[in-house]
Design a protein around this ligand. Structure first.
Ligand code: CP
Ligand code: NVA
Length: 325
């Protein structure tokens, strides 16, 4: 693949995304084939926001591949306040072999990648959530056979999860419909990118304000929190604005008879989704969550296994040889 970072689904070719999904599937079905491949390697995980799935899946993924992971919260780093992004990157690259970071502004992840001489993985920013999209499409591939041609309806806020779902859908030839209240659309350049990439893969991206139009004949109905992490002060206002976009049985019945219900989680039951839908036989939210592990193991393997370790300086080797004599 030739990429050293996993910052955005947009940085890859459609072939790369297919390859990573196939690798994830292979690692899920033959887990023992990859035991120990990251022996002696450490992943630093910087979390500026809370997490259940991302933390546990990266942690367990590294263990299963024979490596270590290190959880670093604001209490340790306080990125940009206690220490600059540059200094954090330059310190960590001396001690660990890759960094996963969950933060607010997307440019922090990009700057980290610019400064650090080790792979950087985006574990969610305000703009995107690429690891989630990989798990989402792995789940669709498992349950629907192929992603190309599926109608994927994202209903709710045009947020980070929505952006990555659009990007990966465009890479894989899906028809992504996004139904949002006026004023909560995904970023125009994100839609533009999805449309452009779709011309190559057969994928499409359609924006609407009508949740029924999006849900009608959908193969997948997807939703996420109405207020993302960092938007807690808007939660009350958003509850009113987004109420017509709730994924409940009335809305879900417009989808195909065998449609999947998906959610990145955590869910706010009774808000963006009702218990009736998330607990129904259509819901695959826990398979999605499990697939974070498999999708990310493929990403870790790709970024960390084949990357050459920096050569030890020749002088150190000579000194060691003299010492041993
Ligand atoms: N879906 C997801 O990223 O979950 P966490 O916030 O718990 O990591
Ligand atoms: N949109 C949500 C996703 C959480 C995994 C958030 O950013 O809080």
């Amino acid at each position: 693949m030739g990429r050293h970072n996993f910052l955005s689904i947009r940085d890859f070719s459609p072939e790369d995304i297919h390859y990573l999904l196939d690798l994830a599937h292979e690692m899920k079905t033959h887990p023992s084939a990859h035991t120990g491949v990251l022996k002696g390697k450490t992943l630093a995980m910087i979390f500026e926001k809370p997490s259940l799935r991302t933390r546990v899946s990266f942690d367990v993924g590294m263990q299963q591949l024979g490596g270590f992971s290190l959880y670093l919260s604001n209490a340790e780093i306080n990125l940009g306040k206690r220490e600059s992004v540059y200094d954090v990157a330059k310190n960590l690259e001396r001690m660990v072999q890759a960094i996963m970071i969950r933060t607010y502004a997307h440019d922090i992840v990009e700057r980290m990648a610019e400064y650090a001489n080790i792979p950087i993985i985006n574990g969610l920013t305000d703009y995107s959530h690429p690891c989630q999209a990989m798990a989402d499409y792995l789940t669709m591939q498992e349950l629907k056979g192929a992603v190309a041609g599926l109608k994927v309806a994202f209903i709710g806020d045009g947020n980070n999860v929505c952006h990555s779902l659009m990007f990966a859908g465009a890479q894989l030839g899906a028809h992504v419909w996004v139904a949002v209240p006026p004023g909560y659309e995904p970023r125009p350049e994100a839609v533009e990118w999805a449309l452009q990439r779709g011309t190559r893969t057969g994928g499409t991206c359609t924006l609407t304000h009508d949740p029924v139009e999006a849900a009608t004949d959908a193969d997948v109905v997807y939703t996420d929190a109405w207020a993302s992490m960092g938007q807690e002060s808007e939660a009350e206002l958003r509850r009113g604005v987004f109420a017509p976009y709730q994924v409940n049985s009335d809305l879900f019945r417009h989808a195909k008879y065998d449609a999947l219900f998906m959610h990145c989680l955590p869910a706010h039951r009774g808000e963006e989704v009702t218990d009736e839908v998330i607990d129904s036989a259509h819901s695959v939210v826990y398979q999605q969550a499990e697939n974070r592990l498999h999708a990310q193991k493929a990403i870790l393997l790709e970024l960390m296994q084949y990357r050459e370790a920096p050569e030890r300086p020749a002088v150190a080797a000579r000194e060691l040889a003299q010492f041993e004599i």
